[in-house]
Design a protein around this ligand. Structure first.
Ligand code: NAP
Ligand code: ZN
Length: 329
């Protein structure tokens, strides 16, 4: 086989996507500002991508030019481990993240703050026709990260769910938990977003800034989705759970978190974490969103507004996701 034909075979499963919109996830800020670990530079963040297929490799069967597609946090995985075989590629030890990562050839990956991206067919998502591209862009991260733990713990009718922090992830969590039939409470820093929270489906809204907020909620919830990356009083949060309740971390605080163990033992409570979702479940989330009319509420910005947008995300001043119009890149 000559070099040209081996390259053609190798890239036969590739899909070339013209990016239309890309969301700004708080993880982009953690990465760009080296909050977690030193990044690789130059870095092109962006893992909440919506666009249009412009070209496909010869082996691609499920997408064609013109299709509306999305890309999330990873663009490849080993395909052979237990996690990959069970469709939970987000737990594959050898997955390739969409940016700040190395692909199978050892090349650095660059993300969605860009005009185009090439992704192998199995890692491309289909965006349902009824979702607008700008409000669908955040779903492959903010959507799946909150949908996945809700699907896992299945809090249906009669169950009470608390969502801590109503930012990009939090405003999706409220909508999904409500659509799944749960009774939803938002616990925010202040009441500034209360009207929005109720519009997204919350039946109750509490502010940490008010005295004894968590004390008044003791024994209330079956499930807590914590989207906050700041340090919170984990012991007090655990006490708001009922018997057998679970506190799920999706927010990623940088510092180790401490809590009183008796807050677990006294009501057989659990602490858990959840990490984005697999491709199959991410597609399910997109279809569920379309079926229930759920989208991200976004503020569309131009590429030269990104730095200011990062500051506004950190100040919890975005309603509720910034999305970059890729035509301005
Ligand atoms: P975001 O839009 O900034 O939302 C976070 C929310 O946390 C804010 O809107 C705010 O809500 C609350 N908050 C902020 N500072 C706080 C403080 N000092 N004390 C208490 N609450 C505070 O961020 P995001 O994009 O939703 O991401 C949230 C976290 O999830 C980040 O750590 C991100 O890296 C992580 N993440 C994890 C995964 C995963 O797979 N596990 C995936 C994506 C993102 P209120 O204004 O309502 O208080
Ligand atoms: Zn993200």
């Amino acid at each position: 086989m000559n070099a040209a034909s081996s390259a053609a075979e190798r890239y036969a499963a590739d899909v070339l996507i013209k990016i239309a919109y890309v969301g700004i996830c708080h993880s982009d800020i953690h990465n760009a500002r080296d909050d977690w670990s030193p990044g690789t530079y130059p870095m092109v963040p962006g893992h909440e991508i919506a666009g249009i297929v412009t070209e496909v490799g010869s082996a691609v069967t499920t997408f064609k030019p013109g299709d509306r597609v999305g890309v999330g946090c990873f663009v490849d995985s080993c395909g052979a481990c237990d996690a990959c075989r069970s469709g939970e590629e987000q737990f594959c030890n050898h997955k390739t993240m969409t940016y700040n990562s190395k692909d199978g050839d050892g090349n650095i990956t660059y993300g969605g703050y860009s005009t185009h991206i090439v992704v192998r067919e199995p890692y491309v998502l289909r965006i349902p026709d009824t979702l607008s591209p700008e409000s669908a862009a955040p779903l492959p991260c903010a959507g799946i990260t909150t949908y996945s733990p809700l699907r896992h713990y299945r809090p249906g009718p009669g169950r009470r769910v608390a969502v801590i922090g109503m930012g990009g992830l939090g405003h999706m969590a409220v909508q999904y938990a409500h659509a799944m039939g749960a009774d939803v409470t938002v616990i925010s820093q202040t009441r500034a977003k209360e009207a929005d929270g109720r519009r997204f489906g919350a039946s109750d809204y509490r502010a940490m800034s008010e005295p004894d907020t968590l004390k008044a909620l003791r024994g209330s919830f079956d499930l807590i989705i914590n989207t906050v990356s700041a340090d919170l009083d984990i012991t007090a949060l655990l006490h708001t759970l009922r018997l057998d309740g679970t506190l799920v971390f999706v927010g990623l605080p940088v510092a180790p978190q401490a809590f009183q163990v008796s807050a677990l033992t006294s009501r057989r409570r659990s602490i858990a974490g959840s990490n984005i979702g697999g491709i199959r479940e991410t597609q399910e989330m997109l279809d569920f969103s379309a079926a229930h009319g759920i989208t991200a509420q976004v503020e569309v910005i131009t590429a030269d507004e990104v730095t200011e947008a990062y500051d506004r995300v950190v100040e919890s001043a975005v309603r509720y996701r910034f999305v970059i119009d890729a035509a301005t890149i």
